[in-house]
Design a protein around this ligand. Structure first.
Ligand SMILES: [Mg+2]
Length: 181
């Protein structure tokens, strides 16, 4: 078995949404980054938890997954965000640039149609803060036909927690054990 993918979102997962007072968790530190196509005098401020880098590296070192960025940051995830967390150069899904007014234009996450085709029959864990009930139904349907799919949905105002990664690795070990049986 090829290792399952570990699809990683950034906004609402590694970069929590500010609360009503504009504050972010005290665990996070500020960085100003310049995404591709933006001028250097117009940076974007992001807040990142250095512990996330360490926690994700621990997950990557298990060898259970093929980690891939799955975020509207696209290539900037690999070139800007990953290095700030001390992460290796990861591949990214080149998501389409849709004209969207909602993240659920058809009732489910806008990334999903592209991801569905991109995955083929591959197993995956997908961490994103913005799934709908239709996405969970999609995951159940994939799992039922042998393409095990685990969706993990952090609270976007809190972001990724250690228990989310524990859930992912526990699932990964079960998949690896089932494959070896
Ligand atoms: Mg998000």
């Amino acid at each position: 078995m090829r290792p399952p993918y570990l699809l990683l979102d950034i906004d609402g997962v590694l970069i929590p949404f500010p609360d009503e007072h504009g504050s972010t968790p005290a665990t996070h530190t500020r960085h100003d980054v310049v995404p591709a196509g933006r001028s250097a005098d117009n940076p974007v401020t992001v807040w990142l938890d250095p512990d996330h880098g360490r926690q994700l590296l621990d997950v990557f070192r298990t060898g259970l997954f093929t980690p891939v960025w799955c975020t509207s940051w696209r290539q900037d995830a690999a070139t800007l965000i990953g290095p700030l967390l001390g992460l290796p150069d990861l591949p990214y899904v080149d998501l389409p640039r849709l004209q969207l007014t909602t993240s659920h234009p058809d009732g489910y996450l806008w990334k999903r149609d592209h991801i569905d085709a991109w995955l083929g029959d591959a197993l995956t864990v997908w961490i994103d803060d913005d799934f709908s009930s239709l996405d969970f139904a999609w995951a159940a349907e994939r799992t039922a036909r042998g393409a095990a799919t685990l969706l993990i949905e952090p609270d976007p105002y809190v972001g990724l927690q250690p228990r989310h990664l524990t859930e992912a690795t526990s699932w990964g070990y079960r998949m690896a054990a089932a494959d070896a049986a």
